[in-house]
Ligand binder design. Structure first.
Ligand SMILES: CC(C)(COP(=O)(O)OP(=O)(O)OC[C@H]1O[C@@H](n2cnc3c(N)ncnc32)[C@H](O)[C@@H]1OP(=O)(O)O)[C@@H](O)C(=O)NCCC(=O)NCCSC(=O)C[C@H](O)C(=O)O
Ligand SMILES: [Mg+2]
Length: 283
């Protein structure tokens, strides 16, 4: 069963109240952020405090730590803390501003056993998305659409047209190598309609879920990135119809006026697997 990543909530690692609150939140994964959400003066204290915070019970949510970049004064210390103080407590490490597979190698050498995630948020990262996705230690990719917009000097548009090339390259790379890929954040955390539209767009494109910055965004992401009851019902009927057709020596079935072939059955099985994994989260 594949673990769901419908909702992936960033929490500034310096914000004790938010980390406490996260223990009660229905999020599929948490990113404990040591990078952009933590001011330079607070970086060391946030790193030191994480060992205790990571030991808390966050239910079944995956615990991912976003470290500072290896080019910064904190990156190496964060990576060493991942390997030592947080060993057995964190589920994965997220590396910001990954430009190439070599950036992953540098962290992998310091942290021998944790799965890696890559922030995809630089133009070079987009162009090297395939080699990044192919890295054997990589589990997933997270779109960093704020940094990407900054690098592109693009303007915000509800349809995210300026982002499409980058989003598409990363999606293709993640899918080609069977990695998880989670969409970028929606900054206007009080705008539910805007969030829902962006989640729907991300789901349509094939993202596994969305990164979030506020608990108020969880319900929408959890809903949009989960199969609906109608999806599950259709998947079951497609599988049944195809099995019946196969038993009669046919390679094609018809459900609701549409053809069902082997490839549709694979998608249907994934839908059921996803629904089962979400049910197992108990949310
Ligand atoms: C955006 C915020 C600064 C707003 O915080 P606040 O004013 O405290 O919000 P509320 O008063 O509405 O909060 C209500 C309660 O919810 C808790 N809370 C708030 N945010 C979180 C959170 N992220 N996780 C868990 N809990 C949270 C508050 O503590 C309140 O609890 P209670 O006391 O019980 O009422 C704030 O939401 C925030 O800091 N968000 C995270 C920002 C962040 O992490 N940014 C960095 C990641 S985004 C990024 O870098 C993307 C990428 O790299 C890119 O390039 O795109
Ligand atoms: Mg960023």
């Amino acid at each position: 069963m594949t673990r769901p990543y419908r909702s992936v909530l960033y929490i500034p690692a310096a914000n004790q109240r938010a980390m406490e609150k996260a223990q009660t939140l229905p999020t599929d994964a948490i990113i404990f952020d040591l990078e952009d959400a933590v001011a330079p003066d607070a970086k060391i204290a946030a790193r030191d405090g994480l060992a205790a915070a990571l030991g808390n019970d966050y239910g079944q949510g995956a615990k991912i730590v976003r470290i500072n970049g290896m080019g910064s004064e904190w990156g190496k210390g964060d990576a060493l803390a991942c390997a030592q103080a947080w060993s057995g407590k964190a589920d994965a490490v997220l590396i910001p501003k990954v430009d190439s597979a070599a950036d992953l190698d540098a962290v992998a050498a310091l942290i021998p056993d944790l799965p890696l995630w890559a922030m995809m948020e630089t133009p070079l990262g987009m162009l090297n998305a395939a080699e990044i996705a192919a890295h054997p230690r990589l589990l997933g990719m997270v779109m960093g659409t704020n940094d990407l917009a900054k690098e592109l000097n693009s303007r915000f548009r509800a349809d995210r047209l300026p982002m499409q090339a980058g989003l598409g390259l990363c999606l293709l790379a993640a899918k080609a190598y069977g990695k998880v890929i989670v969409d970028g954040v929606f900054n206007a955390f009080k705008d539910e309609e805007g969030l829902r539209a962006e989640c729907e767009q991300g789901r349509d494109m094939g993202f596994d879920g969305k990164t979030l910055i506020h608990p108020a965004q969880l319900a929408i992401a959890n809903q949009v990135f989960a199969p609906t009851e109608a999806d599950v019902d259709l998947a079951r009927r497609q599988i049944d119809a195809f099995e019946a057709a196969t038993a009669e020596g046919k390679g094609v079935a018809v459900v609701d006026g549409k053809i069902v072939e082997n490839l549709h059955v694979e998608t249907a099985r994934k839908t059921l697997d996803r629904a089962q994994a979400i049910a197992a989260m108990g949310q």
